[in-house]
Design a protein around this ligand. Structure first.
Ligand code: IMP
Ligand code: MG
Length: 184
C-alpha cells in the first residue's frame, strides 16, 4: 500500500518508542510511591490506549492494580473545550477508603481532572493521585497539577495513541499534530 491515507498530514510529536520508554518510567515512579492495593480510575475515552499500556507496565513491576472506568466529557466534536464537564458513564466500583490513581490523556484547562478528583474525594477515597499522558500547562484555567506527567507540550492540538480529532485517529500508534488547518 503506497498511497497516503486521506485526510490531513500528521506531524509526529512522540514516536511509539518514545511513548513506550516514558510509560515504563511513569510506572517506575508510580510503584515507588503507591504501595499495596490501589484502584486505577481510567477517564474515557481518550486515555484507554495509554491506560492499557500503563497497567501492563505496572504489572511488570509487580504492582497489581484494579481498574475501573469513568466517562467524562468536556469537548464536543471539535478542538476546544466546551467548559462544563459532564459525567456520561459512572464507575462500577465503590471508591470509599481506597487509594486511587486517576489516569487521563491530556491535562489542559484542568477542569476534567478537578472534576474527577473532587468526585472521588466526595465519595470518600482515601487518597487520589493522578497520572496524565500529556500536560499543556499554558492552557490551565483551574489551579491543579498532576502527580505524574508523561510529556509537557505547548498548546497544540494533538491526536493518536487514544486521542481523537472528531472521533478519528485514536488508533495511531504515535502522537502527532494534524497540519492542514482543520485543527486550530
Ligand atoms: P481539560 O478539562 O480542559 O483539562 O481538558 C482535558 C480533556 O480535553 C482531555 O481529557 C482530552 O479529552 C481533551 N483534550 C485536550 N487537549 C486535547 C488534544 O490536544 N487532543 C485531544 N483531546 C484533547
Ligand atoms: Mg479526556
Amino acid at each position: 500500500m503506497t498511497a497516503a491515507a486521506p485526510g490531513p498530514r500528521i506531524d509526529v510529536l512522540f514516536t511509539e518508542e518514545e511513548i513506550a520508554a516514558r510509560v515504563a518510567a511513569l510506572a517506575r515512579e508510580i510503584v515507588a510511591d503507591l504501595r499495596g492495593d490501589f484502584l486505577v480510575v481510567v477517564i474515557l475515552k481518550g486515555s484507554f490506549v495509554f491506560a492499557a499500556d500503563l497497567i501492563r507496565a505496572l504489572e511488570r513491576l509487580g504492582a497489581s492494580a484494579q481498574v475501573d472506568f469513568i466517562t467524562l466529557s468536556s469537548y464536543g466534536a471539535g478542538t476546544a473545550s466546551a467548559g462544563a464537564v459532564r459525567l456520561t458513564h459512572d464507575l462500577v466500583e465503590d471508591v470509599a477508603g481506597r487509594a486511587i490513581l486517576i489516569v487521563d490523556d491530556v491535562l489542559e484547562s484542568g477542569r476534567t481532572l478537578a472534576f474527577a478528583r473532587d468526585t472521588l474525594r466526595a465519595r470518600g477515597a482515601a487518597s487520589v493521585r493522578s497520572c496524565l499522558l500529556l500536560d499543556k500547562p499554558a492552557r490551565r484555567a483551574v489551579e491543579i497539577e498532576a502527580d505524574y506527567v508523561g510529556f509537557r507540550i505547548g498548546s497544540e492540538f494533538v491526536v493518536g495513541y487514544g486521542l481523537d480529532l472528531a472521533h478519528r485517529y485514536r488508533g495511531l500508534p504515535y502522537i502527532g499534530v494534524p497540519r492542514d488547518g482543520t485543527a486550530g
